[in-house]
Each structure stands twice: as structure tokens, then as C-alpha cells.
Design a protein. Structure first.
Length: 435
């Protein structure tokens, strides 16, 4: 009797586990590998799509695209949907902690990749729909009256006569870094930003980046992460660069911004855990909101409050040949100007939704971001190229700041702020998880 029961049990097990009867359960590591392959293949059709890749060579496309290759969106949408279905089949109750965060982020990243594929195939989304699908965030809306009230405040403090934008341009001209001093100022700022970051993070011994000055770009600075804690950072010199941009760009592109963020993800998630999906960075994805938001917030972490102005007055202003006695007033005005930041989002929303023309968008940027005409037109080029990506800088910073402060990293607790900030940079996060 026992022999017969054992035979029946074994037969049932063989039948129930037969590949013909039961498909193999999805594996998140295999899904992640297929996700990387998908991103890299789609990236062949859009030079902006893959911001960085430092994973295995054998995951890259094996052949180059033939000349005139047509993007078959439906084929890639099918693959994206299949990967999402596999993710949905995973038993989420078996995931906890970082593994659950990994699963959530992979789902959000895959949704963004699918959305971008759809857009490349001709699908149209409103500014807000696009922002939600690509960056997992709902950008706020501000009225024109709100920005007019902020301009009124600047109108009272800026010297001279005429409109606010013209007066600001005239006033700020005293704070332009001379071209012959540009590299010295930036190298000095970078060195200080690195020293402050390394004191908290103990950066990899081999980390480094190459700095280049370029022209004819739609952006002011860009970090091309190369893997193995190496970056190429380019700064655009199409327009005059103001003294405050030295610290801004040194931190945003370098320390503790993009360069450090990518190095920590590679060190902790790719090398440390073998999570291959973090070896590829699709630009139009939730990762960018964290990347840009943390890079902007990192400026305040590395150079908090009055310490920034003190350092610039003592070190950078003299190198640039700018009168340090003018610094305090200048930064008071910069703080007022910074409150207008979301006006750029409104210009992009109206322009991309077809409510205003390029020229009207440029005029809006001139008025509310205080840009000179050529600079405003350059910004519309950025909007053309990157679309709703603009939300990642200001909304991203606000979400990151709220997260860090909610976890104890307040301005009066600088050490705790560094600790929470490092945790944020080193682990999977998207906008909807920054609670």
C-alpha cells in the first residue's frame, strides 16, 4: 500500500511539474536582463534615449542599424508588455525591503520605456500625462498672477528703470566670469565640492571625471557617466556664465550630483547586488527625476546656507575678479529669482500642449525667468529635445528635499542630512516612493 501511494505521489509530482503543463515561473533577474536588451535596442533609434550603459558587452545589440531602418514601435511595445506581464506574475508577497523597492522601480522604469517607445511611434500625450508616465510625478500648476507677484518683488529691489528682465540683465552683468578665468574658477569649485563630498561619502579611490568646454548645445552642462566611477562632464559656453553657476555646476554635474549618484548606484546595486537593470540609464524615466532632483538638492547639502556665500566671497569672487562686497546683495536677489523657477515648467506645458508658439514661449521665459532673448530661444530648443523632462530639476529637487527633511535631514542637522542623502542616492527610488 505504501509502495502504491509513493508511486501515485511521484506520478502526480512529475505531471504537475512537467514543462508542457506548467510554464516556468518568471525570474526577476532574467526580466531585468531582457529589459536592458530592450532599452539598448530602442536606444539605437534615439541618441538621447540611453544616457549611460556600463553593463555586460553581450547585452548590447550585435549589429548596427542598417541605413534608413524604420522604427517598428509595435514590436518593441509587445516586448515591453511581455516583460510587464512577467513582472506582474511575480509573487510580490515574497519581496520585502530593498527587493520590493527594486521590483517597484523596475515596473516604473519599464512603464516609462514603454511610453517613450509609444511616443517614438507617434503617440501624443499632454504635458502632464507625459510627465506622469515617464517620471512618475504630477507637476504642479501655477497661475500667471503668481509669477507676476514675484516679479513685482524684484521690481522693487532691482536698480535702474525699464522692465524687470532688462534691469536684471544689466545688474547681473557685473557677476559674469571672464572667459580667461572660467577654467580656474570651475576647477577650484570642483575641488572644494569633491573635498566636502568625500569627507562624508568616502568616494571610490579611482573616481574621476574629464571636464570639457563645448558649444552649440541646448543645455548648460551634461554628465556622461562612463562606468567604473568615471565621467565626462561638458559645460556649454554659448552664453556668459555667471559666478553662482560655478558651485551650481560643480555640485550638480559632479559632487555630490550626477557623478556621485551614478557611481553609488553602480557600486551598491550593480556591483554589490548584481542588479543588471541599473547598468543602463534610460534618460526619459523615473530615475531622471531622482538624478536631477538630487543633483540640485546636493548643492545645498554640500554648501549649506551662508557657508556657500562665505566660500564664494573668500575664494571664487577674487579668482574671477568680481567684487566680493557685492555678493550678499547679489545672492538676496538670486534667492528671489529662484522662486520664479516653475515658470519654465509653465512655458513648456503651454508650448508642448500647443497653446502658445515657440516665440511666445521664449517671450514668457524672457519675462519670468529673466533670460536674454538668445538664451530664451536656446531654452525652447531644450524643451523641443527633452520635453517634460524640465520638471525633474525643480519638482525633483522639492521632492528630494522633502524626503530628506522628513527623515531627519534638516538644515540644523547637517550630518543627518548627508546620511539620508547618501541612502537616497544609493538605493532604488522613484517620485511616488519619496514619502
Amino acid at each position: 500500500m505504501r509502495i502504491l501511494s509513493a508511486f501515485l505521489f511521484l506520478s502526480i509530482m512529475i505531471i504537475s511539474c512537467s514543462p508542457a503543463e506548467k510554464a516556468k515561473a518568471p525570474d526577476i533577474n532574467q526580466i531585468a536582463t531582457d529589459y536592458v536588451k530592450l532599452v539598448l535596442e530602442v536606444g539605437q533609434y534615439d541618441g538621447d534615449f540611453v544616457d549611460a550603459y556600463y553593463g555586460p558587452e553581450n547585452l548590447k545589440p550585435t549589429t548596427d542599424l542598417p541605413e534608413g531602418a524604420i522604427f517598428e514601435a509595435n514590436d518593441y511595445l509587445f516586448r515591453a508588455d511581455d516583460l510587464r506581464n512577467q513582472l506582474d506574475q511575480l509573487d510580490e508577497t515574497s519581496f520585502s525591503g530593498l527587493k520590493k523597492a527594486r521590483l517597484n522601480m523596475l515596473k516604473k522604469q519599464l512603464l516609462a520605456v514603454r511610453t517613450k517607445i509609444s511616443m517614438m511611434g507617434g503617440e501624443k500625450y499632454s504635458f502632464d500625462e507625459e510627465a506622469k508616465l515617464l517620471y512618475d510625478a504630477a507637476p504642479p500648476t501655477y497661475s500667471q498672477d503668481y509669477f507676476d507677484s514675484l516679479l513685482a518683488g524684484l521690481d522693487k529691489v532691482l536698480p535702474g528703470s525699464g522692465n524687470v528682465s532688462e534691469r536684471y540683465t544689466s545688474y547681473a552683468s557685473d557677476f559674469i566670469i571672464p572667459k580667461e578665468k572660467l577654467d580656474e574658477v570651475f576647477q577650484t569649485a570642483i575641488t572644494e565640492a569633491r573635498k566636502r563630498t568625500d569627507a562624508q561619502f568616502q568616494l571610490p579611490a579611482n573616481e574621476n571625471f574629464v571636464l570639457e568646454y563645448v558649444n552649440d548645445k541646448s543645455w548648460s552642462g551634461y554628465n556622461y557617466y562612463q562606468g567604473k566611477s568615471q565621467s565626462l562632464i561638458q559645460l556649454n559656453t554659448d552664453f556668459p556664465i555667471f559666478i553662482e553657476r560655478a558651485i551650481d555646476l560643480a555640485c550638480h554635474e559632479g559632487y555630490p550630483g550626477h557623478h556621485v549618484f551614478n557611481a553609488l548606484l553602480e557600486q551598491n546595486l550593480v556591483d554589490g547586488k548584481g542588479w543588471v537593470e541599473f547598468s543602463v540609464y534610460p534618460l526619459f524615466s523615473p530615475q531622471s527625476l531622482i538624478a536631477e532632483g538630487s543633483a540640485n538638492y546636493g548643492i545645498d547639502v554640500a554648501f549649506p546656507g551662508a557657508t556657500r556665500v562665505a566660500y564664494e566671497k573668500e575664494v571664487l569672487f577674487p579668482i574671477a575678479g568680481i567684487d566680493p562686497a557685492k555678493a550678499d546683495r547679489y545672492y538676496e536677489i538670486q534667492a528671489m529669482r529662484a522662486k520664479l523657477n516653475y515658470a519654465g515648467n509653465e512655458a513648456a506645458r503651454k508650448y508642448l500642449n500647443g497653446e502658445i508658439t515657440r516665440e511666445e514661449a521664449a517671450s514668457w521665459l524672457e519675462k519670468y525667468l529673466l533670460y536674454e532673448p538668445d538664451r530664451a530661444l536656446q531654452r525652447t530648443r531644450f524643451i523641443d529635445q527633452y520635453r517634460s523632462y524640465v520638471i525633474n530639476y525643480n519638482l525633483g529637487k522639492d521632492l528630494v528635499a522633502n524626503y530628506v527633511e522628513a527623515h531627519g535631514g534638516t538644515a540644523d542637522q547637517p550630518q543627518k542630512r548627508w546620511e539620508v542623502f547618501k541612502e537616497l542616492l544609493s538605493n532604488p527610488h522613484t517620485a511616488s516612493t519619496l514619502k
